[in-house]
Design a protein around this ligand. Sequence first.
Ligand code: ZN
Length: 230
Amino acid sequence: MKQSNLQHKHGVDSAISHHLSDETILDYATGSLGKPMETLIACHLTVCWYCRDRNALADDIGGELLTEQKAVRPSLSAQQLLSAARTRPEIVVSKQRSESGDASVPCALGRLLPGPIESLDWRLVAPGVKQFPLNDQPRKEGAFKLLRLEPGVTLSQHSHTDRELTYVVRGSYQDKFGQFKAGDIADLDDHHDHQPVVDEAEVCIALIATDAPVKYRSVLGKIMQPFVGI
Ligand SMILES: [Zn+2]
């Protein structure tokens, strides 16, 4: 998990443990992500003022570069850009806090659903794993799905060929990066592999978006992949 390069003077919202990477914030601010990724990010920004602030900074940087017609050096990294933002004299800090950790569905997700989560036409794709697809694009172009995971379910270990974002709507799961609770976002790329295990306390509802199919480690995972569709 990439650590954010930008430390907020008020600290990070204690209810949210996992945030968007600098790279993803900048890609979002420059409009280079597709609708699935944008939807997940919008969900997280609803509940996380820390990432909202970083997104506002990224917007400022992008707007300034455009309006002043400054050349953007291709060698400038995401970390350098956000480090530069820290030296800006005025940083608008949003103190607004949204509820997190509750069962509410963010608007960005809710408007894509035909009804309440409980009444969706869930499809069983593996023991303890149901899914509700949010688009019908070919699997090779990535996935955009809501997953409903029974307590205690272990997903197959996998890595990624590209970015994978997971937003936890309800419940929680754990992997080697820690525990992910409602409101958290897992921002993984091709350097990461993980094996999520759903916590026993309750069903976990997770929104997932990928740019390309994940790479399963096990033969069983590979066999199941066409059915799971991620
Ligand atoms: Zn965040």
